[in-house]
Each structure stands twice: as C-alpha cells, then as structure tokens.
Write a protein that binds this ligand. Sequence first.
Ligand SMILES: [Zn+2]
Length: 111
Amino acid sequence: MHEMSLAEGILQIVQDQAQNSPKVHSVTLSVGELAGVELDSLKFCFDVVTRDSCAEGAALEIETVPGSAFCFDCLAQIPLSRRGDACPRCEGYHLTVVGGDQMKVKYLEID
Ligand SMILES: [Zn+2]
C-alpha cells in the first residue's frame, strides 16, 4: 500500500528530528491536493507504524496545499484540484502541474 510506505517515511523523519525526545505530541504535514495521498488511509497507517515508537499516539495534523498547474494554451498558472481535470479557463488539457503535488513534514510538537 502506497500510504503505508509514506507513513514509514514520515516516522523516519520524525525520529530523525525528535532525536532523544521521549514523546512526540503532534506531527503537522502539508499535503498537496495533487499528491495522490489518501488522507484517511494515511492517518490509519500512521497510527500503525508509530506503535511502540516516540510518536505513538501523536496527533497527525494535515494542511492541504491547493494544486496548481500551468496551462500552455492560456500561458497562465491556473488552480487545479485534481489531476486529469481540464483547465478552468479554456477547458483544455495542455497542462503541467507546478504546485501542490508534494507531501512534507512541516512541524513537530515534541517534549
Ligand atoms: Zn487554459
């Protein structure tokens, strides 16, 4: 499952950042609308992989980053909430994603 490996990656980052801190209270992620991440599934996997780690029971906060793309027909940047959608201006598909396609760990609250 895609989300399971993402959750393991998050835990790895959290453990690197938290070092010897006994307890991680919350982890804030920024997730792009176009990152292709199933958030409910990611939360579930996060709970599973953090068992018996410093992040066990930590709250997973998720900030959504809006997707954006560049339209080669309009020569403009346009908002795009889903991959495969058409340009909202010209209804064309000559687009390249320029933002909101990544996931990263933004902030940790630790002891
Ligand atoms: Zn367009």
